[in-house]
Design a protein around this ligand. Structure first.
Ligand SMILES: [Zn+2]
Length: 225
């Protein structure tokens, strides 16, 4: 956490660099004891679409609260910094915010100490064929082993396909992504099951997103806030 001197003054030189959803290079004093201060910023850009669109805004806020929950303060996270910067730039470029969020959620699981087996069957290691997700086995089960868990999620093959893709996709190489609404709903449910039962966060930003699904479409489209 950083403090900023004089931020409330009119004409403050850093005001535009400190707007929400701004990416930039900030410099200041990092003190071991007492307060740390930011005193300069360069190469900053505000992500305009995210700032103006309530849906993108909600997903981006949720991604930040996940990162906040996953990592300790004062710990440099260069790999994840790049990943999140890419994710929110993609959302700002109108890539599907729900999907970008799903990718971050799946890839963050290992940081939360949950490592679902998504590369192959958790029992026999099979990598080909039909799969389902089993909480009891902590990952995929191939159809040969479905009999082992009646409480497996009974997910569609499409949802399983994306789940596996999301665990390995490199956001920097994402060109486009289009997932059917029905599959997106299913992915949301599967990831919620994994998070609720294995991670156990209770984030306000996620509750906001859950509530958003009951909003009329007209309200969700490009709402200015
Ligand atoms: Zn198997």
């Amino acid at each position: 956490m950083f403090f900023i001197k004089g931020a409330r003054k009119r004409g403050f030189k850093l005001s535009s660099a400190l707007l929400p959803f701004t990416i930039g290079t900030y410099s200041g004093n990092l003190n071991d004891n007492g307060l740390s201060f930011i005193n300069a910023a360069k190469e900053f850009e505000q992500l305009k679409m995210i700032s103006q669109d309530i849906v993108s805004n909600a997903y981006t806020t949720y991604i930040f609260s996940l990162i906040d929950a996953a990592f300790k303060d004062n710990e440099p996270i260069p790999v994840w910094y790049q990943k999140v910067a890419t994710a929110i730039r993609l959302i700002d470029e109108e890539f599907d915010a729900e999907i970008i969020t799903n990718i971050i959620e799946i890839q963050l699981l290992s940081v939360f100490g949950v490592q679902p087996q998504l590369q192959g069957c958790a029992v026999g290691g099979e990598t080909q064929g039909e799969f389902d997700y089993s909480e009891a086995y902590g990952g995929l089960l191939c159809s040969k082993h479905w009999y082992l868990d009646n409480n497996r999620l009974h997910a569609t093959q499409k949802a399983i396909f994306y789940l596996r893709q999301f665990s390995v996709v490199n956001l920097d190489k994402l060109n486009s992504i289009k997932v059917a609404e029905r599959t997106k709903k299913e992915l949301r449910q599967i990831i919620d099951v994994i998070y609720d039962n294995s991670v156990g966060l209770n984030l306000k930003s996620k509750k906001f997103i859950d509530g958003m699904s009951s909003w009329p479409v007209s309200l969700k489209k490009k709402t200015e806030i």
